[in-house]
Design a protein around this ligand. Structure first.
Ligand code: C2O
Ligand code: CU
Ligand code: CU
Length: 507
């Protein structure tokens, strides 16, 4: 079995180094089942109680990871060689963090999906200098859900996250705790941080080595789940809740099981759904999260896969050809031995999802996602752009004709207003559009109402080519006329390539 693994590695390094478009090498095509690795379950960190606050201590550090047999990979992580602990907190409580940067370069840490004051947001305006500690605090004001934290400096986000600077956040509230849902962390409530990576022959991560990496976004041919390659999880209960986080730079997954079983989606990015939705496929773009319930019989087995995404508007022409979202890959193998009993009742109604009526909107803003081929020509040069935010790469992707500029506030939102943001995509690629500070509801796509599984709170929405998505949200609690929040494409190479803008919320 060691031999087949070695051939497998030889295969990927050869194809990715030699071709502009890597040959499709699917993990499912390989029979490595005898060499699956037990899924790493990140440590859970509940912080220390100090003066009524929950305090989390995090160190951003370098490390060495062992993803592949006999290979070492230089990585970054929070308190770990790769990724960070799962931070668990409760709605309503005060939390604070001490984040020490042990790297020799600046980095920031953003609370993706969380409603926090702009100065605590951890985006491009809160860099942590080498050797320094950043100590934000805020009150948790969230519905129960799955959130995440990750590095977020302009021009560096893609590389930092790729190297490992990300982790999951679980927020609990009273409402969700009273529901009969699996909630024992690591037992029947499992985080799955799904990422794709590409490796050099020597075992190091390969980041941006060919033109499509920059244009389409970075894609790899090895799936890591919680930093485990070829993972396998032994289930302990009849019913398991999987918290799916697409922590990849650019890959969009179309999850499903290889025995075509159905599962229940119970949550979107920022909340539970009003009711569970039975599904066989689940499309998840970078930055998005979903929680699903899967039921297993004792002594059974199924693999969670990603399948080619053929949804309308998923990409066009040449973009479709180069798209990395048309591959079948294995994500994780799930095995059930003898299983403990679960409460199998699925409540008809989960929660009341906050919503706002479009007729109550104070303002409509329009965002057009643009770019692609023109920018690509400039982006083919060597060097610049990858390290810094400036240079030719900054014009590759734009929103409303503009590439991201730190010194420019693009939109000013009035505190306590309800707004509709109309996001249209006139480029030839799909873009997951993410908004800081708020959780929104999707009103419609090209006039068609949001689908049942989209009707939870969200902070990231995939906008197909030629599509206009309308979202609605309320901008409350925190105002700051100086420090902006971001909105951007969560394809991290697009974000670093300029597809980002800034808004303030002002009293
Ligand atoms: Cu996941 Cu601006 O962030
Ligand atoms: Cu965010
Ligand atoms: Cu994009």
């Amino acid at each position: 079995m060691a031999l087949s693994r070695r051939n497998f590695l030889k295969g990927i390094t050869a194809t990715s180094a030699g071709l502009a478009m890597p040959a499709i090498l699917t993990t499912s095509a390989l029979s490595y089942s005898s060499s699956l690795n037990a899924l790493k379950i990140p440590d859970i960190m509940t912080g220390a109680q100090q003066e009524g606050k929950r305090v989390f201590d995090l160190a951003i550090q370098q490390g060495t990871s062992h993803f592949l047999p006999q290979k070492k990979t230089a990585t970054l992580g929070y308190n770990n060689a790769y990724l960070g602990p799962v931070l668990r907190m409760r709605d309503g409580e005060q939390v604070s963090f001490h984040i020490k940067n042990n790297l020799r370069e600046s980095v920031s840490t953003h609370w993706h999906g969380m409603h926090v004051p702009a100065h605590a947001d951890g985006g491009p305006h809160q860099p942590i200098a080498p050797g320094k500690t950043w100590s934000p605090s805020f009150q948790v004001k969230q519905k129960s859900g799955t959130f995440w934290y990750h590095a977020h400096l302009p021009g560096k986000t893609g590389r930092h996250v790729y190297q490992g600077l990300a982790g999951m956040i679980i927020v609990d509230d009273d409402e969700s705790r009273s529901l009969p849902l699996p909630k024992e962390y690591g037992v029947d409530d499992i985080p799955l941080i799904v990422q794709d990576r590409r490796f050099h022959r020597n075992g190091e991560f390969q980041y941006i080595s060919m033109m499509p990496d920059r244009m389409m976004g970075m894609a790899g041919n090895v799936i890591l789940v919680n930093g485990t390659a070829h993972p396998q999880l032994t289930l302990k209960r009849q019913r398991t809740r999987l918290r799916l986080l697409n922590g990849s730079n650019a890959r969009i997954y179309n999850f499903g099981f290889d025995d075509n079983r159905s599962f229940y989606q119970i949550a979107t990015d920022g909340s539970l759904l009003a009711k569970a939705v039975r599904r066989k496929r689940l499309r998840l773009a970078p930055g998005e999260r979903a929680e699903i319930l899967v039921d297993f019989e004792p002594n059974s087995q199924a693999n969670l896969m990603t399948y080619p995404d053929r949804s309308a508007g998923s990409s066009m022409g040449m973009m479709r050809m180069m798209s990395r979202n048309n591959e079948t890959m294995q994500i994780i193998s799930l095995r059930a031995g003898s299983l403990g009993a679960s409460d199998m009742t699925l409540p008809k109604h989960l929660i009341e999802v906050p919503n706002w009526s479009p007729s109550n909107a104070d303002k409509i803003r329009r965002f057009d996602l643009q770019g692609g081929m023109m920018g690509m020509m400039g982006g083919m040069g060597r060097g610049s752009g990858m390290m810094g935010g400036g240079g030719m790469m900054s014009n590759m992707w734009r929103i409303n004709g503009k590439a991201m500029k730190l010194s420019r506030i693009d939109e000013r939102v009035a505190l306590n207003s309800i707004e509709i943001w109309e996001i249209s995509n006139s480029s030839m690629m799909v873009h997951p559009f993410h908004i800081h500070d708020i959780q929104f509801r999707i009103i419609d796509r090209n006039g068609r109402p949001a689908l049942a599984h989209e009707q939870g709170l969200k902070d990231t929405v995939l906008v197909n080519t030629g599509e206009t998505v309308r979202v609605i949200a309320e901008f409350k609690d925190y105002a700051n006329s100086k420090i902006p929040y971001m909105y951007h494409c969560h394809n991290l190479e697009h974000e670093d390539g300029g597809m980002m803008g800034q808004f303030t919320v002002e009293a």
